[in-house]
Design a protein around this ligand. Structure first.
Ligand code: SF4
Length: 303
């Protein structure tokens, strides 16, 4: 194993040779964000993946994100440097479970959060992200809407849109672990701070927030904030990109965690190995890909 400089030099050389682009989610380790061509949230990265001019996409995130890249980029190779980087939220729903629910509600349109497997997306009518879930549900004219798999995001969308949703009972353990007493304590310590929360947080946590925003939405909220103190209720890895963009702001998280362990599995060594070996590759069976693509394209059209 080489030094960090040697690994960085090797990544730089290999990315040229492979005509590769490196995409990284906001929750990735700082050193991974620093080598990425694009850093963003699921929607931003899905858009980048679909417009990027490259032969190889190295996706530094979790498995469902790399699958989304593979869904929209059949002509490109999508690599996930750590194949074990999964998402417990995505794992709360299976295609069989969704099919059973659809049978109970045959007139329902299915909206599935992008944090889901390709096979579940393929059983869905629309995808959405935390940044556009409200717009997607508002755009749907149907007697019933099934919303999967995040119950907290589903309840938030239900409250904002006033639409009654049939909500799958999954959640992100990282966001669901943030509690109202934690937020109250942060507010007591920093009474002048603006509170911004990710919509995967519980309802009682969202009620304590001044703003609810996706990870990319948080950049806009903090840019426009009239106070320098911000309580940020999401995965603590967001402290790195937010701190880089807003060095003068003081950002407070519920604790040094929550940290998503899956998001921290990718290292510089794994990125280098991935570029060198062109593996592990993420692929999606063509019939599943085509159905999932419809749901993803409907999402991308709405915004
Ligand atoms: S933060 Fe939550 S939703 Fe995101 S990858 Fe980790 S477990 Fe999944």
């Amino acid at each position: 194993m080489g030094s960090d400089e040697e690994i960085l030099e090797s990544i730089g050389r290999l990315r040229e040779e492979r005509k590769a682009v490196i995409l990284a989610h906001n929750y990735q380790r700082p050193e991974i964000q620093d080598i990425a061509d694009y850093v963003g949230d699921s929607l931003g990265l899905a858009r980048q993946a679909s417009s990027v001019d490259a032969e190889v996409i190295v996706f530094c995130g979790v498995h469902f994100m790399a699958e989304t890249s593979a869904i929209v980029n059949p002509g490109k190779m999508t690599l996930l440097p750590e194949p074990a980087a999964g998402c417990p939220l995505a794992d709360t729903i299976t295609p069989e479970g969704l099919i059973t629910l659809k049978k109970l509600h045959p007139r329902a349109v299915v909206v599935t959060y992008v944090n889901s497997t390709a096979a579940v997306k393929a059983e869905s009518d629309y995808c959405c992200t935390s940044g556009n879930a409200v717009e997607v549900v508002r755009a749907i004219d149907a007697p019933e809407i099934i919303f999967t798999p995040d119950k907290n995001l589903g309840r938030y969308v239900q409250r904002v849109t006033g639409r009654e949703l049939i909500i799958w009972e999954g959640c992100c353990p990282i966001h669901d672990d943030i509690t109202a007493p934690m937020v109250m304590e942060l507010k007591r310590l920093h009474p002048a701070a603006l509170v911004v929360a990710h919509p995967e947080c519980r309802e009682e946590v969202l009620e304590l927030a001044d703003e609810v925003a996706s990870t990319s939405g948080m950049f806009k909220v903090i840019e426009n904030a009239v106070t320098d103190e911000i309580i940020v209720l999401t995965e603590a890895g967001m402290g790195y990109p937010l701190g880089k963009r807003f060095p003068a702001r003081r950002l407070y998280f519920p604790r040094e965690e929550p940290l998503c362990p899956n998001m921290k599995l990718i290292t510089l060594e794994k990125v280098e190995r991935s570029l060198r070996d062109l593996a592990p590759m993420v692929t999606v069976a063509e019939d599943i890909r085509l159905n999932a693509l419809l749901a993803v394209e409907r999402m991308l059209e709405i915004g």
